[in-house]
Design a protein around this ligand. Sequence first.
Ligand SMILES: Cc1cc2nc3c(=O)[nH]c(=O)nc-3n(C[C@H](O)[C@H](O)[C@H](O)COP(=O)(O)OP(=O)(O)OC[C@H]3O[C@@H](n4cnc5c(N)ncnc54)[C@H](O)[C@@H]3O)c2cc1C
Length: 431
Amino acid sequence: MPGPSDAATAAQTTDDLARDAPARSNGVAPPEATTYDPAAFEGLDYYAIDDLLSEEEKAVRDRVRHFVTEEVTPVIGEHAQAATFPRELIPRFGELGLLGPHLPEEYGCGGHSNLVYGLMMQELERGDSGIRSFCSVQGSLVMYPIWRFGTEAQKEAWLPALASAEKIGAFGLTEPDHGSNPAGMKTRARKDGDEYVLDGHKRWATNASAGDVAVVWAKVEDDDGNDQIGGFLVELDRDGVATPRIEDKWSLRAAVTSEIVLDGVRVPAGNRLPGANGLRGPLSCLTQARYGICWGVTGAAMACYDAALQHATNREQFDRPIARFQLMQERLAEMVQEITKAQLLNWRLGTLKDSEEMRPQQVSLAKRNNCQMALEVARSARQVLGGNGVLGMFPVMRHMMNLESVITYEGTHEVHTLVIGQDVTGENAFA
Ligand SMILES: Cc1cc2nc3c(=O)[nH]c(=O)nc-3n(C[C@H](O)[C@H](O)[C@H](O)COP(=O)(O)OP(=O)(O)OC[C@H]3O[C@@H](n4cnc5c(N)ncnc54)[C@H](O)[C@@H]3O)c2cc1C
């Protein structure tokens, strides 16, 4: 979690700029800046998808939309510039039921439908992918495996505290040398009496240096002497755990991303998730989180479209609004078309998930399509904004940079291509 030193660094940068290129005012008032009004956002529903939602689903969606407009958008740009996470919002995630909303209504979890979960993620990522990432990791990558694979004692110990945001969780699967191929992981857990000893190195773990616990995936020898992948709850203040933060990101700047170094870390045997044996364990968590991403990136694209539309109607060139130019209209029409297609994919995916018919390959298709779509919408919206598009007062460049991470994490674009390719041809291109 960022501390005062982050703010100090940002202030130092500002001081350096002021020294190198002092702003001159000479008593002249600065011109009024063009800006974007996130409060004017009314959603984008070209195909009346709202008619497919219940009153309750729309009410929850609107509550999260209001929260994002009122509490996220006013602060997120500054946090992204300073590479800090808006820590003050964390308790609000708990109060608003944004953590584990799709898990059954027990141990403090939400008991909502998957459609509601998706709508929540869409609204959160309209604010920022880092905000949605925080909630996705906590709900789908930490709470879900505890709920699905954990013991009664593990559920009681962790789920209520994670749902209320009293505790923060992280997910350690990726390693420095094993990203797209997690099966090759080197992290190991060795049984020693009634403890496990973990050694290894996880990379890119969202929230780890701000977290209380991580679900760490490691190879462990089973009773037959074969290697299995198992899941372990590792409290992050244990001896032998280091969580250096990954600095220097140009993407997801308002999110904490860390390494998890495990050097002879001892955890009680009761910290192993007994129901998770094999790669299916972490992959089933990723299916949950990827589902949320499909909706989330659609929200980011909706924010970019909204900023582009506002600007196109307000901005005049050649004595007319730029919205009157056919080339600008083509950009906006393309955005509406692609966002609408993504919304329909999401809605159908949600109904399939709610009826327990959704296949992971269908999630791959929506993740692949929607991330690519959102990036293209962001890039096009940036062009509609002209020079203003590179400024922080518009959300577009921030979304665009965030989406470069989102298209990579939880399975890259190429990995999802191969998942679909294998599904339709029966040929495994990973082998
Ligand atoms: C901001 C951020 C947050 C993250 N959060 C988490 C987290 O919380 N927990 C966690 O465990 N991980 C997390 N990740 C890691 C993320 O899931 C990995 O970055 C991702 O899986 C890709 O792995 P890699 O970066 O090692 O890339 P690589 O696997 O090295 O891939 C590099 C390139 O090679 C391509 N490639 C690889 N294999 C193939 C193939 N068979 N065919 C064709 N092309 C291929 C890829 O598509 C990619 O273009 C995060 C990453 C980022 C950037």
